[in-house]
Design a protein around this ligand. Sequence first.
Ligand code: NAP
Length: 260
Amino acid sequence: MDLGLAGKTALVSAASRGLGRASAFSLAREGVDVTIVARRSGPLEETAADIRAETGVGVTAVTADITGVEGRAKALASCPQPDILVTNTGGPPHVSDFRRLGRDDWTDLLDAYLVAPVLLIQATLDGMIERRFGRIVNITSIVVKMPAGSLELSAGPRAGFTGFVAGLARQVVRHNVTINNLLPGSLDTDRVRENMEVRARDAGCTIEEMYARRAALAPAGRIADPAEFGDTCAFLCGAQAGYITGHNLLLDGGRYPGMF
Ligand code: NAP
């Protein structure tokens, strides 16, 4: 299917690795010029070169921390009026007990999972409305729908952000601007691999055993390829998806056990 995106522009934050990278790649394959953001320039430039080499679209790499005021300003200066915005950031820190967190830690979590995506949307939404085309996809997490491990650190701020999106999505869809959240379950990214290594060490098992346990959590019986996530993101950004808004779409292989 031609998603009708050739010539559009996208700002994809946290995109040198993992789900952000996969989303930028899938959009680029549809002919979208992408601006990708991450803190470390080495992996970011590598990803930019890979996307350029495979797709031939315009790729701008911005080295910046998207959770900070200056980093966001830098990213937005490079791509002030994208047609597509994919908000994303790194995963929460591994903390065994929330009692160890102080106020500054909580402020950081709120910045990452609530304030940063809200301010990116705020900066880009009106241009989308004026041009009568906009697609915003927020990468959140399965923890918004169900408790999972020790990920309550991101669940609180993300739940608040989900509430914000639910209201805003209904206000702007009449302008052909959609806002949806994608909720990953288990996708085989660097973060998940690093996570599995730590857990395998703690549990005294091999990383393969830890992967098998994680895969068994979902009825699909596997951990998914980030490319599956990227292509879903691109589909939600497609011209045909203008009637899909305000959703919290799980990519979890059926792990979430509820009916709705
Ligand atoms: P990942 O493999 O660690 O990739 C994270 C990417 O974000 C990297 O490119 C990283 O590059 C960049 N990044 C991190 N913090 C940043 C910041 N402050 N500013 C700019 N860029 C930043 O992670 P992932 O697995 O793709 O996860 C992406 C998001 O999905 C996370 O929020 C994670 O919690 C959520 N999630 C993922 C899964 C999964 O199965 N993979 C499941 C549930 C939720 P730099 O380090 O160079 O900045």
